[in-house]
Write a protein that binds this ligand. Structure first.
Ligand code: HSE
Length: 307
C-alpha cells in the first residue's frame, strides 16, 4: 500500500465528569486525510483548508507524530500528509487529536499494520503535547478505537474500550476562542476530598451506565462538580443551554473537552434536533455565530475511504 485516505472523526473528551480519562467519537464533523509514502526520509504536510495551521513538520501535530515514528522505527523513508480539515481548530471537538491520530493510523497502514492500538495512542499523544502542552489521550483514544474509551492510564498507555450507547449527540461550537492551554491553566490544582468522592462516584456510575446500557444511570451520573463550575464561566450561554436542553428532554451533557463547544446526549432523534435549535437560537440572540452538529455515537472511529 502506497497511499491511504481516511475519514477522521471529531471526539468529545471528558464526557462531563471524566476529565482527561473519558472520550467519545461522533460522526460529524470529520476530517479527510491522505497519507502517502515517500521514498525520501522526510515529512511533508499540506492543508487544503484556510485555518492557517503550521505546515513545518516539527510544528504540526501530524508532522511531529510522524517524525517520532520515523525516529523510533529508524525508517529510511518518509510520508506526505494532505489534511482537509473540517473540525475547526480550537473547537473542543478534538481537532488536533484528529490530525495526530489520523497521521499515526495512516502511517501504520502504510507500514503493514505493525503497531498496536496502544502504540498508536502513544505516538499520537506527541501531537497533543505539541497542541496543548499536555500528553492527554482522551480525544485520541476514541478516535483510534471508536465509540467511548476510558484512559485507565496514559503512561503506560492502558485504554479500555467501553460499549457504544444507542444515543444521539448534539454539539454546538460557538465562534468564541477558548485555548485548551488557558482552560487547563485556570483549573484548581487541588480539590477537596468531598468533591473528589462525588466525582469518582459519578465517573463510576457513568461507566456502569454505559456498560449496562442503563440510560437512567447515565443521566444521574453526567454531573461534574470539579471542572465545569470553573470552565463554564468561559462559555457564553452555557447555563441557559444546559437548562433548556434538559427541559427539552436531554439525558445530560456539558462542555466538550476544554470548550467552547457544548454537547448534549438524547435518546431520540427528534429531541436532538430540538436541542440543536435551542443551541443555535441561544447564540443567535447574542450575535455569536455557531455551528451545530447532530450525530450518533461513532462506534468505529477512523475509517478508510475506498476510492
Ligand atoms: N481533557 C482535555 C481537557 C481535553 O479537558 O483539557 C482537551 O481537548
Amino acid at each position: 500500500m502506497e497511499k491511504v485516505r481516511l475519514k477522521v472523526p471529531a471526539t468529545i473528551a471528558n464526557l462531563v465528569c471524566g476529565f482527561d480519562i473519558l472520550g467519545m467519537a461522533i460522526d460529524e464533523p470529520a476530517d479527510d486525510m491522505e497519507i502517502r509514502r515517500l521514498e525520501t526520509p522526510e515529512i511533508i504536510i499540506r492543508h487544503t483548508d484556510a485555518f492557517g495551521l503550521p505546515e513545518e513538520p516539527a510544528e504540526n501535530v501530524a508532522g511531529i507524530v510522524l517524525l517520532k515514528i520515523m525516529e523510533h522505527l529508524k525508517l529510511k523513508y518518509g510520508f506526505e500528509v494532505i489534511i482537509h480539515k473540517k473540525i475547526k481548530p480550537g473547537s473542543g471537538l478534538g481537532s488536533s487529536a484528529a490530525s495526530a491520530a489520523g497521521a499515526v493510523v495512516g502511517a501504520n497502514l502504510l507500514l503493514g499494520n505493525i503497531l498496536t492500538k496502544e502504540e498508536m495512542v502513544y505516538y499520537a499523544m506527541f501531537g497533543e503535547k505539541l497542541a496543548s502542552g499536555a500528553r492527554h489521550a482522551d480525544n485520541i483514544a476514541p478516535c483510534i478505537y471508536g465509540g467511548i474509551t476510558l484512559v485507565k492510564s496514559s503512561d503506560p498507555v492502558d485504554i479500555i474500550l467501553l460499549n457504544a450507547p444507542d444515543l444521539w449527540v448534539t454539539a454546538v461550537h460557538p465562534q468564541v476562542e477558548v485555548k485548551t492551554s488557558d482552560a487547563r491553566e485556570i483549573l484548581k490544582k487541588t480539590i477537596p476530598l468531598k468533591d473528589a468522592i462525588q466525582q469518582w462516584g459519578n465517573i463510576a456510575g457513568l461507566v456502569a451506565g454505559i456498560q449496562n446500557y442503563d440510560h437512567a444511570l447515565i443521566r444521574r451520573s453526567l454531573n461534574d462538580v470539579i471542572i465545569e463550575p470553573v470552565r463554564s464561566i468561559l462559555i457564553p450561554k452555557f447555563d441557559e443551554i444546559k437548562q433548556k436542553s434538559l427541559h427539552a428532554g436531554a439525558l445530560g451533557g456539558g462542555i466538550s473537552g476544554s470548550g467552547p463547544s457544548v454537547f448534549m446526549f438524547s435518546e431520540e432523534e427528534k429531541v436532538s434536533h430540538t436541542i440543536a435549535e435551542i443551541m443555535k437560537s441561544a447564540y443567535d440572540s447574542i450575535s455569536i455565530e455557531s455551528l451545530v452538529y447532530v450525530s450518533r455515537v461513532n462506534p468505529s472511529g477512523i475509517r478508510i475511504i475506498k476510492d
